[in-house]
Design a protein. Structure first.
Length: 79
C-alpha cells in the first residue's frame, strides 16, 4: 500500500473580527479584542484564495466592526 507524500494544505491567512466598542475623545472608533472567526485557504490553481468563516458575528452583518487578515507562518518560521 503506497501513500502519497503531498504536503498538507495550510491556510494562507487567519481571519479575525473586532467589534466597535465606542468612540474615543478624538472621535475615532475604539475596538474590542480581535477574535478568530475563519481562514483563507489557497485555491488548487494557485490563483487567489477561498474565504471560509467558522462563525459570523452579528456585528459583522451590521457593519459594526473591523475584519483583519493575519498571514499564517510557514514551516521555516517566516510569513
Amino acid at each position: 500500500m503506497s501513500q502519497k507524500s503531498e504536503p498538507k494544505n495550510r491556510p494562507l491567512y487567519r481571519v479575525s473580527f473586532a467589534r466597535k466598542t465606542g468612540v474615543d475623545d478624538k472621535g475615532n472608533d475604539t475596538l474590542g479584542p480581535a477574535r478568530e472567526i475563519g481562514s483563507v485557504w489557497p485555491r488548487r490553481d494557485g490563483k487567489g484564495g477561498i474565504l471560509r468563516l467558522d462563525h459570523i458575528p452579528i456585528e459583522l452583518t451590521q457593519n459594526n466592526g473591523v475584519m483583519f487578515l493575519f498571514p499564517t507562518e510557514t514551516v521555516d518560521g517566516g510569513y
